[in-house]
Design a binder for this molecule. Structure first.
Ligand code: EPZ
Length: 420
């Protein structure tokens, strides 16, 4: 298995560019492949393992997808196959996105129940609740979700779970509702920019979705949708990860095509810590004076502080003098990275869904292991700031969500080598 070998202590400098958003591309690729019989072209698509896995799932449904230098050309599914292969869906939870589109387009779907992962149980009850509300009959058999519906009928649906709104359920129900009969109102919808991007894509296809980006989304069903040439938004989590990379190495970098509106909570937290962000028209300039101050952060649904940046900001806090506290409200178990950071000399303890971080003067390089996508990201950040060599194993977790990360960081001064 590949490893990343990092020599720490180098300040980053130069310009790094953000790729397209993984979490916007995933549902948009599904919509383009299942909800229309016309071909589509998607641009600014990042080259990521998760997208490659999704394309294999969709090829299993008869679609043909061609990826070339950030552009994905899509020939839709053959309208005959409605079952997804277990081994691929098990690998990637986002495959659940095919459920709503298949039911609304073909009247049936057979999708394997997605497994949990390192950040905790990943229920899909809200996805199923929404589809049932639209008129789908759902059976769970042999680890598969069997969904059937002759014609989905628009209705009012509340999608608030115990931990607030759900990005995945909002996307799934929105994609089911665009071809339903009548009007659907989603209450307590997720407000993430990726949901807005999906809604914009669906409207380009000829759908009638309004209110995306707010907690109430209204969809007037249409008969059919057309193919689209569309450009995916930049990845705000990759951008945020690079912001922390600049700060943790006390570097001086410019992050091009980051969108300020998508990153207000993170920007505010970094400013409170003492990082300087200078937003310009094409991105943001990051510099970090010596003095850093501890802060308390609680993750929440957008526009609150994103759970997908929790591990990364913890890495910066580990080197910030004083006591910082992180409260993880979305995935309470999302602290697998704490033990690995402590192996590098951090002083972090976990109490329930709170992490207490006592800043130390320096971290020391060590052999560490990525447990999930963002935990892997913080190990890269810590390794770049640490004294000595860090070797990260299981980096396939990182490749799921970061495009050529060692090349991008090497281009701005990091010493990172991928060992095959
Ligand atoms: C999306 O996951 C993202 N993944 C996650 O990013 C992100 O962490 C998460 O949203 C929260 O922002 C993609 O977009 C592919 P949720 P999703 O449904 O949709 C509970 C990454 O690093 N819930 O918004 O699975 C759930 O347990 C990944 O790129 C239910 O209870 O997350 C959680 O506590 C990691 N029932 C909360 O809601 C459901 O049916 C939010 O989950 C669905 C979710």
């Amino acid at each position: 298995m590949d490893k990343l070998i990092i020599q720490g202590g180098r300040r980053l400098s130069g310009t790094v560019s953000v790729s397209g958003s993984k979490n916007a591309a995933l549902p948009i690729i599904v919509a383009a492949t299942i909800l229309t019989e016309q071909p589509s072209t998607l641009r600014n698509v990042p080259d990521l393992m998760d997208l490659e896995t999704l394309c294999h799932v969709l090829e299993g449904l008869g679609a043909r997808l061609q990826f070339e230098k950030g552009t994905l050309s899509i020939e839709p599914i053959d309208q005959k196959t409605y079952q997804t292969p277990y081994d691929l869906v098990r690998k990637m939870r986002a495959s659940i996105y095919v459920l709503g589109p298949l039911v609304t387009k073909l009247g049936q779907a057979k999708v394997s129940f997605p497994g949990g992962c390192a950040i905790g149980p990943r229920p899909v009850d809200l996805h199923l609740k929404g589809l049932e509300a639209l008129g789908t009959t759902i059976e769970i058999e042999g680890g598969y979700i069997l969904a059937k519906a002759n014609q989905l009928i628009g209705t009012e649906i509340g999608l608030k779970g115990t931990n607030g709104s759900s990005v995945g359920a909002t996307a799934n129900i929105m994609m089911a509702a665009v071809l339903a009969k009548g009007t659907t109102t989603i209450r307590d919808a997720a407000c993430e920019p990726e949901i807005e991007d999906l809604a914009n894509f669906l409207n380009e296809m000829g759908a009638q979705v309004s209110g995306a980006g707010t907690a109430t989304i209204t969809i007037h069903g249409t008969k059919e949708l057309n193919g689209v040439d569309y450009t995916i938004i930049p990845d705000r989590i990759e951008a945020g990860t690079f912001m922390v990379a600049g700060a943790i190495t006390k570097g001086n970098i410019f992050i091009s095509n980051a969108i300020p509106k998508h990153m207000e909570a993170l920007t505010e937290t970094l400013c409170q810590i003492g990082v300087q962000l200078d937003w310009q028209d094409k991105g943001v300039h990051i510099t970090t004076p010596n003095l850093l101050a501890p802060v308390n952060v609680s993750t929440g649904v957008y526009p609150k502080f994103p759970t997908d940046m929790q591990a990364q900001i913890m890495g910066l806090m580990a080197l910030t003098p004083g006591k910082s506290i992180i409260t993880e409200s979305i995935f309470p178990d999302r602290f697998m990275h704490v033990s690995e950071l402590n192996r590098m000399g951090a002083k972090i303890s976990v109490e329930g869904n709170n992490a207490l971080i006592y800043g130390v003067n320096s971290l020391s390089g060590a052999p560490v292991m990525a447990s999930d996508l963002r935990a892997g990201a913080v190990l890269i950040l810590a390794g770049m700031a640490a004294i000595g060599e860090t070797v990260i194993s299981r980096i396939y977790h990182i490749d799921r969500g970061y495009e050529k990360i060692e090349d991008k960081l090497t281009n701005i001064g990091a010493d990172i080598v991928r060992q095959k």
